[in-house]
Write a protein that binds this ligand. Sequence first.
Ligand SMILES: CC(=O)SCCNC(=O)CCNC(=O)[C@H](O)C(C)(C)COP(=O)(O)OP(=O)(O)OC[C@H]1O[C@@H](n2cnc3c(N)ncnc32)[C@H](O)[C@@H]1OP(=O)(O)O
Ligand SMILES: CC(C)C(=O)C(=O)O
Ligand SMILES: [Mg+2]
Length: 514
Amino acid sequence: MTRMIRIFDTTLRDGEQSPGASMNVEEKVMVAKQLARLGVDIIEAGFAYSSPGDFEAVRRIAQEVEGPTICSLARARPEDIDRAWEALKGAPKVRIHTFLSTSDIHLKHQFRMTREEAKRRAVEMVQRARSYVDDVEFSPMDASRSDPAYLYEVIEAVIAAGAGTVNIPDTVGYAVPQEFGALIKGICDKVPNAKQAVISVHCHNDLGVAVANSLAAVMNGAGQVECTINGIGERAGNTSLEEIVMGLRTRKDFYQADTQVRTEEIAKTSRLVSKITGMVVQPNKAIVGANAFAHTSGIHQDGLLKDKTTYEIMRPESIGLVESKMVMGKLSGRHAFRQRLEELGYQLTDEELNHAFERFKKLADQKKEIYEEDLEVIVSEELAKMSERILLKSFHVESGTDRVPTATVELEIDGQAVKQSGSGDGPVDAIYRTIAAMTKTKSKLLMFGVNAITGGTDAQGEVSVRLEEDGRTVSGHGADTDIITAAARAYLNALNRLAYMASKQAESQKVRLI
Ligand SMILES: CC(=O)SCCNC(=O)CCNC(=O)[C@H](O)C(C)(C)COP(=O)(O)OP(=O)(O)OC[C@H]1O[C@@H](n2cnc3c(N)ncnc32)[C@H](O)[C@@H]1OP(=O)(O)O
Ligand SMILES: CC(C)C(=O)C(=O)O
Ligand SMILES: [Mg+2]
């Protein structure tokens, strides 16, 4: 049977403890409304005592957000509990979450309390909170570094005092999965009244295992997981909501557990939190990173085209993305290349595809990512090339402030290799004059324009030219990451068009004479 795990979102409380992530009241209300659409069970809206702004945020969220239970954090102090109640009162589903450390390190150095004093205070504050609300959560802070025997005692006492949820924090992110799972199992097995409360977990990511610890806890009886959107939170952050939720959903077969989160809202929620907090999501972040559904290598792309399950354990649609992304680059193969061209409307023969693919691979060695515009240029040029009389084999230019620009160009004209040198006012002029001499063209250059078609310093530059000869005007285009190569290609493209038009005209005159 599948157990339903409660999702306690603390983006607005622990998440806000990320350096620089503070949110104003309006922003918190906006995030809380989105968390409600996401379907989390509990929203920790803030720490009402900590500031007038947080008090107002908790109050507004409790009043305005429908669906989840709204919670405020409170230290184990009467003034904090009372303030939390003030912010929550009048709202339909509310919880007070109070906490106090149980580790000797904290009790001795921070709280200067004995174990007995701390246990008594915890019980008193749970009772005080219960005098206001039915739903009280208690956290023995730094539980993972506490003496288990003492921890069990405190847990038993707070449950007896009325805490319906006992949350076990790995406050400093010290625990590792097997150990943390065993801690939860120990609590479930050894605390006599453990079954009267939901055992929750709250993990920090200092060792990068917050999600793994939370999953281990679920395996061992935890019924609630505390987490944040994009894993933001104090220091290295908290358990990431999207990872725990998708981990359980995707591996329901293994964990026999799930949540009631509407996962299709995950991507949107992640973007909203990132935008509001200014905390950018790393591209390789699981589930919500820009690369989480991007496939780059030819072998993976080929498998995906045949069947998505070959390389995708979850569908991008399941978190609200439109589709997975095939990144065209140096590691792509022919299957993905053909597919992308077909999407762009090009049906190529095998021969055309092979030529275009060769050119694409060369370009991909020079550019990180190949965009649609790059592909269009490659394909249109390759298609045009099939009927080209003049082909560029190579060129070499020399130019500088202290010399006359010269060019040596090697062409293939009607199948014959020709090589020649010439000079000009600049490197492009030198190439154009040399090509003109080699092809014996009498055409006039009417226009020369340069345009960057993709962004960045590795952008493809496109050169467009317009030539006129014997009353015929043609344009030519060439693209390359090297602008002089693009210029040479554009000129030859236009010359080929002139030659093509001249040959077509000659053919039609022949037909007329016959
Ligand atoms: C693990 C966590 O994430 S816990 C939550 C952490 N979040 C925050 O601290 C954010 C909000 N905090 C604040 O705005 C402030 O710290 C306040 C308003 C709560 C308190 O501010 P101040 O009164 O100036 O105290 P300050 O923060 O310097 O010190 C904390 C005090 O609270 C006490 N304290 C800390 N946690 C608890 C607790 N759970 N129960 C009771 N007392 C506590 C400390 O012992 C210390 O008391 P002391 O002044 O008697 O030594
Ligand atoms: C307040 C508690 C639950 C906390 O954030 C922690 O211990 O990390
Ligand atoms: Mg925390």
